[in-house]
Design a binder for this molecule. Structure first.
Ligand code: NAI
Length: 330
C-alpha cells in the first residue's frame, strides 16, 4: 500500500528532521510505501526543493514520489496524513492576538484546502504553534471533515516528562508509562504522573522514596522543567527543539495510524465534554488509538490538585478560542 503524506513547512528545521525518518519507514512502518507532498510558501520553496534532492539521494526503498509545491490544492491533493508544521513564529513585540491572527490566515485556508483536496479519510496532525488553537482553526475551516480527524502534538511534552521521570528515578525511559499531558501545548500544560508507572510500579510510590514530598517535587521541579523545556533547549542549544519535536511527531502519527493497543499516550484532540473540558476545544487528553481513531481514555478521576492544574490550562484554551472567534477565524 502507499500512503500520501503532506508536510507543510517542509523547508524548515522540523521538516528537515522529519522527512528522512518518514522516508525510512519510521512513521508508517517498514511495509508502507510513501508519497510525499512538501508544501511551502515561496520563501521556503528552495529549502524544500533541496530536501527533495537529498531524499532522492537517500535512495529510500519505501519512497515512491516527492512533490514540492507552494499551492495548497496540489500540496493536499489525496493526502492521507497532513502534518501541519509550517506556522508563523512570534516576532519581536508581537501580541498574542497578532500571533493568533497571523496563524489563522495560514490554518484557515489550509483547513479549507484539506476539505477540498485531501483523501476522504485524511488525518491531520498540527505541530505549528500555537498548535491546539491552530488545529481548532483548521478543523473549523474544513467543511465536511469530522473534527476527530484533527489532532495537535503534545507528545513531545509527554516524552519530555518520561525523560525527566527516568532521570529522577534512575530507570530506563522505556520502563516509564502512563504519563498524561493535559490541556494546552504551552507553559500551562499539566504533565500528570498520578497513573504513571515505572516497571509496572506506581511512579508516585517510587518518587516518594526518592524525593520525600512528591507533590512539592512535582510543583517545584518536575512540572516547570517539563513545561519550560522548550525554553531550556533554546538557551542551551541556541536554537529551538527540532529533532525531538520531529521524533514526537513520528511517535504521534505512528500511534494514530498503527494503534497503541493497551498503551496510553497523550494527544490534543477534540473534546466532547470529557473531564469537563468544554465541547469543541482541542485539548490534550489521555488517549489510545485503534483503527486510525483516537479515543479519549475516561475514568482517570483527577484529584482536586490535578483538577486545578487542568482547569488552568483549559481556561487558557478557552481564552485562545474566544480570541480567534472574536477575530472571525472560527
Ligand atoms: P522553521 O521556521 O524552521 O520552519 C517553518 C517553515 O514553515 C518555514 O520553512 C516556513 O517557510 C514554513 N511556512 C510558513 N508558513 C507556511 C505556510 N503557510 N505553508 C507552508 N509552509 C509555511 O520552524 P521549525 O523549527 O521547523 O518549527 C515549526 C513549528 O513547530 C513552529 O511553529 C514551532 O513553534 C512548532 N513546534 C511545535 C512543537 C510541539 O510540540 N507542538 C515543538 C517544537 C516546535
Amino acid at each position: 500500500m502507499t500512503t500520501t503524506v503532506t508536510l507543510t513547512g517542509a523547508g524548515g528545521q522540523i521538516g528537515y528532521a522529519l522527512l528522512f525518518r518518514i522516508a525510512a519507514g519510521d512513521m508508517l512502518g517498514p511495509d508502507e510505501k510513501v508519497r510525499l507532498r512538501l508544501l511551502e510558501i515561496p520563501a521556503g520553496l528552495a529549502a524544500a526543493e533541496g530536501a527533495a534532492l537529498e531524499l532522492q539521494d537517500g535512495a529510500f526503498g519505501l519512497l515512491e514520489h516527492v512533490e514540492v509545491t507552494d499551492d495548497p490544492a496540489v500540496g493536499f491533493d489525496g493526502a492521507d496524513h497532513a502534518l501541519l508544521v509550517g506556522a508563523r513564529p512570534r516576532g519581536p513585540g508581537m501580541e498574542r492576538g497578532d500571533l493568533l491572527a497571523a496563524n489563522g490566515s495560514i490554518f484557515g485556508p489550509q483547513g479549507s484546502a484539506i476539505a477540498a483536496h485531501a483523501a476522504a479519510g485524511v488525518r491531520v496532525t498540527v505541530v505549528g504553534n500555537p498548535a491546539n488553537t491552530n488545529a481548532l482553526i483548521a478543523a473549523a475551516s474544513a467543511d465536511g471533515v469530522p473534527a476527530e480527524r484533527f489532532s495537535a502534538l503534545t507528545r513531545l511534552d509527554e516524552n519530555r516528562a518520561r525523560g525527566q521521570l527516568a532521570a529522577a528515578l534512575d530507570a530506563p525511559v522505556a520502563e516509564i508509562a502512563g504519563v498524561t499531558i493535559w490541556g494546552n501545548h504551552s507553559a500551562t500544560q499539566f504533565p500528570d504522573v498520578a497513573h504513571a508507572t515505572v516497571a509496572g510500579r506506581p511512579v508516585w510510590e517510587a518518587l516518594a522514596e526518592q524525593t520525600g514530598d512528591v507533590r512539592t517535587w512535582l510543583e517545584s521541579t518536575f512540572i516547570p522543567r517539563v513545561a519550560k523545556r522548550g525554553a531550556e533547549i533554546i538557551q542551551v542549544r541556541g536554537s529551538s527543539s527540532v529533532a525531538s519535536a520531529a521524533n514526537a511527531t513520528i511517535d504521534h502519527v505512528r500511534d494514530w495510524a498503527l494503534g497503541t493497543g493497551e498503551r496510553r499516550t497523550s494527544a490534543a484532540v477534540v473534546s466532547h465534554g470529557e473531564y469537563g473540558v468544554p465541547e469543541g476545544l482541542i485539548s490534550s487528553f489521555p488517549v489510545q488509538s485503534a483503527e486510525g481513531e483516537w479515543r479519549i481514555v475516561e475514568g482517570l478521576d483527577p484529584d482536586d490538585w490535578a483538577r486545578e492544574h487542568i482547569d488552568r490550562s483549559v481556561a487558557e484554551l478557552v481564552e485562545e478560542r474566544d480570541a480567534v472567534r472574536a477575530l472571525g477565524l472560527i
